[in-house]
Write a new protein. Structure first.
Length: 349
């Protein structure tokens, strides 16, 4: 699996691991018991006993007015729903933004009461009830997520994600599940099926393949497509196009390939951007050549002087590295890299 596939796959499962980790970090107080009165009890009683999670203690209603202050106007309810449907707003990210504003020392339950109070103060009526209902269901789902072991090897990533989707439908109505998780699930489906698309189109002309890829993204992301493309870094777009052209580029001569790559770089980054990238590519190529030369020299050295002591061998190798790479700093960096790769290789054997 190449770097591009790994990146997209990480989008699909990263949120799941994040939920597991941050929940564990954010809720240590719930794991402790004390004989004295727990300051969390009051908040927990409201959180646990209200069937719809809507009732909030007046203490939290009043406190939330000063805790959550906006630099400007908060989004209206209809704006929240509209932006969630288009992928411009992520409910889970917004929840964590609110959590970070809870008073220092707040327990998990207390923080949630502050947030529910904020929603009731800011929106009120049926709008607040809808948002608080989604929050309460999300908190129940978040707790259920902790019971799933993300390290299990009995399922593939795709099978594990299907389990997560099924779990979500136990806590959310279809419309709410799409509002909260729609973009993430679309991204997951896109990443899981992307390899099939690449395999099926590998022999198609590059320009046609690029057009088909964009059509595939539009179909995969649907109403989220514009938000996804608007946030996509320019370098990612460039890298994607180069990946899609790779099969065709590999059939060109060196000169033709370099000319085509330059043409694509200029289209994305302009002439100045291309000049900077060419400079970096040149430096990387020179470094690769130096390292290749060094590795040959090291191999010959070890073959010609097999009986040196460890200290003598290391000293001679360092001298050779400094001479070939041009500085002690580069030689030491190379030595650390080689040591790391050696350790990594040994650990996998």
């Amino acid at each position: 699996m190449n770097v591009k596939n790994l990146r997209y796959l990480s989008y699909a499962i990263g949120a799941l691991l994040l939920i597991y980790i941050v929940f564990r970090i954010a809720s240590p107080a719930e794991l402790e018991t004390h004989a004295d009165e727990n300051p969390n009890d009051k908040a927990e009683s409201y959180f646990r006993t209200q069937s719809d999670g809507f009732s909030v203690d007046p203490f939290y209603l009043e406190s939330a007015k000063t805790i959550f202050s906006a630099d400007g106007q908060f989004l209206r309810f209809d704006e929240i729903i509209s932006r969630a449907k288009s992928g411009e707003l992520n409910f889970v990210s917004e929840l964590w933004n609110l959590r970070r504003q809870c008073p220092e020392g707040s327990t998990r339950e207390q923080c949630h009461e502050y947030i529910k109070a904020f929603l009731q103060n800011e929106y009120g009526g049926e709008e607040a009830k809808r948002l608080v209902s989604m929050l309460s269901n999300y908190l129940k789902y978040e707790e259920a997520m902790v019971q799933l072991d993300p390290s299990s090897k009995s399922y593939s990533n795709q099978e594990r994600y299907e389990q997560i989707k099924q779990l979500r439908r136990k806590y959310f109505a279809k419309e709410d599940a799409e509002l909260i998780f729609g973009l993430e699930e679309a991204t997951a489906d896109f990443s899981f099926n992307r390899k099939n698309f690449l395999d099926e189109t590998k022999n198609i002309k590059a320009d046609d393949r690029i057009r088909m890829y964009e059509d595939y993204r539009k179909k995969s992301f649907g109403s989220y497509y514009n938000a996804v493309t608007a946030r996509e870094p320019k370098f990612d777009k460039f890298e994607t196009e180069m990946d899609l052209r790779q099969n065709e580029l590999s059939k060109l001569s060196v000169q033709e390939r370099e000319s085509k790559e330059k043409e694509v770089r200029i289209r994305y980054f302009g002439k100045d951007g291309n000049d900077r990238m060419e400079k970096v590519l040149k430096e990387m190529k020179e470094e690769e050549e130096k390292i290749s030369k060094l590795q040959v020299e090291e191999k010959n050295f070890l073959k010609n002087y097999p009986n040196l002591s460890d200290s003598e061998r290391e000293k001679k190798l360092m001298d050779l590295r400094i001479q070939t790479l041009g500085s002690k700093e580069l030689a030491e960096e190379y030595s650390r890299r080689m040591e790391y790769e050696k350790t990594l290789k040994n650990s996998t054997n």
